[in-house]
Design a protein around this ligand. Structure first.
Ligand SMILES: C[S@@+](CC[C@H](N)C(=O)[O-])C[C@H]1O[C@@H](n2cnc3c(N)ncnc32)[C@H](O)[C@@H]1O
Ligand SMILES: O=C(O)C(=O)C[C@]1(C(=O)O)C=C[C@@H](O)C=C1
Length: 244
């Protein structure tokens, strides 16, 4: 089905494919884009909601870093049963934040939500029981990723949870090729053409830099997390739980 919210951004040939940005055009089609591009996206969002039932404690803060339109925020607001908590969603795209605020207001919930326009590298994380980085770390400069994870670990209370989801590479060209190919077939099966897949890949090339699973695990350890495990993987998309 095609409607005004169908992602057609890369459907016609672009003279020059610009670097991917979370701008107004992307905001317009974002739910369709992410669900047709990331295998397991809905499972990951649902699980973030389930994890919030268990990990969010009374009188604490919950952070959704790189919140886009607030899908993880909404799942947590549904899941949380602890009292006197606050969810803080942060995104540095003006267009995303504007739409996210409208989106959050459209749903009812008991836990208050504050959506902030800002760089997640600059905000303070305090008294946190749960933090979500759902496909956001991959857009942060590699050299600054550990500092961000260390700030998160320091801001989490003991026993607090980070959910980190990322597109990964494999450091082995044979398996890399296979998993990328499976991902591209997934996109083709979801209605994207070869041209769309190729142009989006080239738009993301310089702005989304992936690490291997081992690099993520080592970085989480260095940042101060004590219990780390992947809980989900489909092709080259992975999600970790990391507990302080
Ligand atoms: C793939 S989207 C995240 C999807 C979202 N977490 C979800 O579950 O639907 C990445 C988001 O991170 C945001 N972002 C990237 N770098 C950021 C930064 N340094 N500070 C804040 N937000 C950032 C982008 O604007 C974008 O909305
Ligand atoms: O690899 C792709 O094709 C992607 O679209 C991935 C990805 C992501 O992993 O965040 C990149 C940008 C869009 O926000 C949606 C999904």
């Amino acid at each position: 089905m095609q409607n005004s919210e169908t992602d057609l951004i890369y459907s016609n040939p672009h003279k020059q494919v610009k670097d991917f940005a979370f701008d107004a055009q992307v905001v317009e089609v974002f739910p369709d884009m992410i669900s047709r591009s990331v295998p397991g996206y809905n499972t990951i969002i649902d699980t973030i909601g389930r994890l919030s039932q268990q990990f969010v404690k009374e009188n604490s803060n919950i952070y959704d870093l790189g919140c886009s339109l607030g899908a993880a925020t909404l799942a947590m607001r549904k899941g949380i049963s602890a009292n006197n908590c606050q969810i803080i969603g942060v995104d540095n795209s003006t267009d995303m934040v504007k739409r996210c605020k409208l989106h959050i207001e459209a749903f009812k919930g008991n836990t208050p939500v504050e959506i902030i326009e800002g760089n997640i590298q600059d905000i303070e994380i305090t008294n946190a029981s749960m933090v979500v980085l759902n496909f956001t770390l991959q857009f942060i400069e590699r050299s600054q990723r550990e500092a961000l994870l260390t700030k998160i670990a320091n801001g989490l209370n003991p026993g607090g949870l980070l959910v980190l989801s990322e597109k990964v590479s494999h450091g082995d060209s044979k398996t890399d090729e296979l998993l990328i190919d499976l991902h591209h077939k997934f996109k083709r099966d979801n209605g994207y053409s070869e041209l769309e897949v190729a142009q989006k890949r080239s738009a993301l090339e310089k702005v989304m830099l992936t690490d291997t699973t081992e690099q993520h695990i080592n970085r989480l350890k260095n940042a101060g997390f004590n219990h780390i495990s992947p809980w989900f993987q489909c092709y080259n998309f992975i999600s970790f739980v990391a507990i302080k």
